[in-house]
Ligand binder design. Structure first.
Ligand code: HSE
Length: 333
């Protein structure tokens, strides 16, 4: 097989959607791009661009490289060296699934590089085991809204098509919060009453999203499993979750492990600017600067572009179009 260049565009995601801790996710229209090509020079090279990408390793301990090797090993092929480029507009460690997008992008790119021997479900299983929960990776891989469950060895999922009218507003605080720290804040046991509370809300939320009864989101997007315990880490969060519906939101939640907050909105809502001002002002009162962004649900998973390369073409030649040039018209910033 000739060498090929693979470019994968993969969406960000929001996990939990309030009550669906570790089980609900939705893909968002904010993206990372990964370009991958075999290297015959005996060297692996990296070009990483985007906010916060400077600090990431550029040797074989890099996550993209390691994940790609898992694909090759599963498929029983050897591709020891790669040229890897990445550009991400997904802020790191903010609760928008940047690591899940990187994992999915790497799995899909590596699989495409060797002719896609692994199924999407196999990639989902591998990604879930790597992340430790299926919510973000499921959304980035399948697009739309993904409901999933994992028993520690196998994950199941059902994808729901997001309603046309659904839009989101995210407020991304200017500080990072690691998922590890945010999971550390959680209790090891909860009461039966809280478990029942979340079972009811999660079920209602899934039914509301699937049926289009979006008016139920305000009742369903409530949680007692993780948000109350994480509130101390995100000043302003409790007020936003309680009052966002007064400003026209369908509901609001902590996005994944935070610190990003996400409001679900009817795209035709008359006062979207008022909701945005409320989120900004509430965080500002707590001394937190945040960037707000309107993001539509992303209905598709990774977009894969494959370019067959002629034998002997030099992947590092000055003539090749760089990933950044290639995606110039598509990036947000
Ligand atoms: N479900 C996960 C959590 C998402 O809330 O910890 C974070 O990646």
């Amino acid at each position: 097989m000739n060498n090929r260049r693979v470019i994968v565009k993969v969406p960000a995601s929001t996990a939990n959607l309030g009550p669906g801790f570790d089980s609900l996710g939705m893909a968002l229209s904010l993206f990372a791009w990964i370009e991958m090509e075999k290297s015959d020079t005996g060297n692996t090279t990296f070009q990483l661009h985007g906010d916060g990408m400077d600090g990431l390793p550029t040797d074989k301990s890099n996550l993209i490289y390691k994940v790609a090797q898992l694909v090759f090993s599963e498929a029983e092929v050897e591709v020891p060296d790669l040229h890897i480029s990445m550009y991400s507009e997904i802020p790191l460690t903010r609760g928008l699934g940047s690591s899940a997008s990187a994992i999915i992008g790497a799995l899909v790119a590596a699989n495409a590089l060797i002719g896609s021997p692994l199924s999407d479900d196999k990639l989902f299983q591998m990604a879930t085991a790597l992340e430790g929960h299926p919510d973000n990776v499921g959304a980035s891989l399948f697009g739309g809204i993904v409901v999933s469950a994992w028993d520690g060895s196998e994950a199941q999922h059902v994808r729901i098509e997001p309603q046309e009218s659904l839009e989101t507003l995210v407020a991304i605080p200017a500080f990072q919060l690691s998922t590890e720290k945010a999971r550390h804040a959680l209790p090891t046991q909860i009461s039966m009453a809280d478990a029942v509370y979340n079972v009811g809300r999660t079920s209602l939320l899934v039914a509301a999203l699937a049926s289009g009864e979006l008016g139920l989101i305000r009742h369903a997007m409530k949680d007692r499993l993780h948000q109350p315990y994480r509130a101390a880490l995100i000043p302003g969060m409790t007020e936003i979750l309680e009052r966002a519906t007064d400003f026209g939101a369908l509901g609001a939640a902590l996005s994944g492990a935070g610190p990003t907050l996400i409001a679900f909105v009817d795209a035709a809502s008359p006062d979207k600017a008022g909701l945005e001002r409320f989120l900004q002002a509430t965080l500002q009162k707590e001394g937190i600067t945040a960037e707000t962004m309107w993001l539509a649900p992303c209905k598709t998973g990774p977009e894969v572009t494959i370019e067959e390369l002629s034998a002997g073409s030099d992947p590092l030649s000055g003539k090749r179009i760089s990933l950044l040039e290639r995606i110039k018209g598509e990036v947000k910033a």
